[in-house]
Write a protein that binds this ligand. Structure first.
Ligand SMILES: N[C@@H](CCC(=O)N[C@@H](CS)C(=O)NCC(=O)O)C(=O)O
Length: 229
């Protein structure tokens, strides 16, 4: 089975799938949109099933869109899916609850600059806290570090990504959420996942001039190829 994960220069919706694949020991290729399609994004977008990325391409044939669907597929491939329909539905609810953090948190970190960044950062906080409280509430129903089990599942990695971005934007945000801090530490203490987190492109210049360090070179975040700049 050949897996290609197609995305852009952003620390956003391709993170959780990669963490899950590293955890499960599943091999994949990560390609930027322009590398895979050999075209600029504006020409690719109209051709895609949901007109956005990430996209998981299986065996150069099947295109899976939508990050939650991608997580579900990888979870099944890894044999980590739960067979109880009730538990599966509850895991799906956690995934959707975590996805509630996506906007505008991810774009603020990856793209907003200057006054726009400061204004959006202040405006987001009350709503973000409410969404984090929902995840904290879900964690309160278990004594495990993870949402459902003593081992992480797709929903744990999905939640990790958005909570990690929340922590990056507001450094002390989890002081009142010890269970969330415990979840983040538990995920970070898994060797292959930690290795991925340490080695992935670093996001720098948040709020000023966001860039990803890819193979030692700082590239502006975005949907465009900047290899030659
Ligand atoms: N619901 C989708 C959202 C995907 C999404 O918002 N993708 C953004 C990047 S994070 C995108 O493709 N932006 C470019 C565009 O919309 O043209 C998912 O969960 O995968």
């Amino acid at each position: 089975m050949a897996l290609k994960l197609i995305y852009f220069k952003m620390r956003a919706l391709a993170e959780a799938p990669q963490m899950l694949m590293h955890y499960a020991g599943i091999k994949y290729d990560y390609q930027m949109s322009w590398e895979y399609f050999k075209k600029d994004w504006e020409h690719v977008k109209p051709t895609l099933p949901f007109k956005q990325l990430p996209l998981l391409v299986v065996d150069n044939t099947h295109q899976i869109s939508q990050s939650i669907a991608i997580m579900g597929y990888i979870e099944q491939l890894a044999g980590l899916n739960n067979t109880n329909p009730i538990t599966t539905a509850k895991m799906h609810a956690v995934m959707l609850g975590a996805h509630d953090l996506f906007l505008p948190l991810n774009p603020i970190l990856n793209f907003a600059v200057g006054e726009d960044f400061s204004t959006k950062k202040i405006a987001l906080l009350p709503n973000l806290i409410k969404r984090i409280e929902n995840l904290d509430h879900a964690l309160a129903s278990t004594t495990n570090p993870f949402f459902f089990d003593s081992e992480p599942k797709a929903c744990d990695f999905f939640a990790y990504h958005h909570l990690d971005l929340a922590r990056t934007l507001y450094h002390d945000i989890f002081l009142k959420f010890p269970r969330i801090t415990e979840l983040l530490h538990a995920i970070e203490s898994i060797d292959p996942v930690r290795n991925y987190l340490i080695s992935r492109p670093k996001l720098i210049g948040i709020g000023v001039s966001p860039k990803l360090i890819i193979n030692g070179t700082a590239h502006p975040t975005g949907t465009k190829n900047t290899d030659t700049q």
